[in-house]
Design a protein around this ligand. Structure first.
Ligand SMILES: NC(=O)c1ccc[n+]([C@@H]2O[C@H](COP(=O)([O-])OP(=O)(O)OC[C@H]3O[C@@H](n4cnc5c(N)ncnc54)[C@H](O)[C@@H]3O)[C@@H](O)[C@H]2O)c1
Length: 259
């Protein structure tokens, strides 16, 4: 099977903000949005990676810009959204993808790691969606897509802080579906399983952990780990007109791991 999308162009003239789009899953989403003619703004803490991604996108003819932003900082989030609005006057699609997942056993967990994870994965989503939503409300349309995880339902050892942040993110997405639906805005979450990116790179070398993911023993029915591109398609679906009546769902993208 190919990469998907069959040459569809679903986002012509739309403005898409991909927060956490410098690399990994966010980058794959940004690239697909650009290929489908969205005007893409990437916001991320990693300036050099963003530069490389924006260069790559522009070289294939996409309209892409970047804003450096640490989602843990409210002032930076507000400045980032202000810049996006100044450039394009509106935001049609928000993809909240920024996230971290440092593995720490619960008995060794310190407050700094806990707070940093919750601030990035959950509080950042609150800050960004709070800054973006009024612009969508004013136009009576908008798409919010939050990158949760299988971990928001399936507790994984050594990731209590991460699991809690993603469970919170899922309920935030559902709450916004309830509150903002009346304004023509949909809010949904994605639940990727095990996707090969920088975030999961350390785990790939952890023998004990990988035993659990022994794909030959059938933990993942499709028999392989996922790629960022595997997640981009479902993310764009939730932001597309095909999902006009999809609101408040969690769409797993896990090769059947939670089946
Ligand atoms: N890889 C997986 O297996 C997997 C599974 C389920 C969910 N997810 C989620 O998908 C999202 C993307 O993960 P990924 O695997 O592509 O990881 P990644 O590390 O490749 O990408 C994460 C991006 O978020 C950015 N980021 C981190 N902290 C930030 C901050 N404070 N401000 C702004 N940007 C920040 C990083 O710079 C990076 O570009 C995360 O939310 C992650 O929890 C990943």
């Amino acid at each position: 099977m190919g990469e998907g999308n069959n040459g569809a162009v679903r986002f012509d003239d739309q403005v898409a903000l991909v927060v956490g789009g410098a690399q990994g899953i966010g980058k794959a989403i940004a690239i697909r949005l650009g290929r489908e003619k969205a005007r893409v703004i990437i916001a991320d803490i990693d300036g050099p990676m963003m530069d490389a991604t924006v260069r790559e996108m522009c070289s294939e003819g996409s309209d892409a810009r970047r804003v450096e932003c640490d989602v843990r900082d409210s002032a930076q989030v507000q400045a980032m959204v202000k810049q996006a609005i100044e450039w394009h006057r509106r935001i049609d699609v928000l993809m909240y993808v920024a996230g971290i997942a440092p593995a720490v056993p619960f008995l060794e967990m310190n407050e700094k790691t806990w707070d940093n994870t919750l601030d990035t994965n959950l509080r950042g989503a609150f800050l960004v969606s709070r800054a973006v939503s009024p612009h969508m409300v004013a136009r009576k349309q908008g798409r919010l897509v939050f990158m949760a995880s299988t971990n928001c339902l399936d507790a994984e050892a050594q990731l209590g802080h991460y699991n809690a942040s993603k469970a919170g993110l899922y309920l935030l997405a559902k709450t916004l579906a309830r509150e903002l639906g009346v304004h023509g805005i949909t809010s949904n979450a994605l639940g990727p399983g095990f996707i090969k990116t920088r975030l999961t790179e350390p785990i790939l070398h952890d023998q004990d952990f990988m035993k659990k993911y022994d794909v030959t023993r059938g933990l993942i029915p499709l028999g392989r780990l996922g790629t960022p591109e595997d997640v981009a398609g479902p993310a764009l679906f939730l932001a597309s007109a095909d999902a006009n009546y999809v609101n408040g769902v969690l769409l797993f993208v896990d090769g059947g791991q939670l089946a």
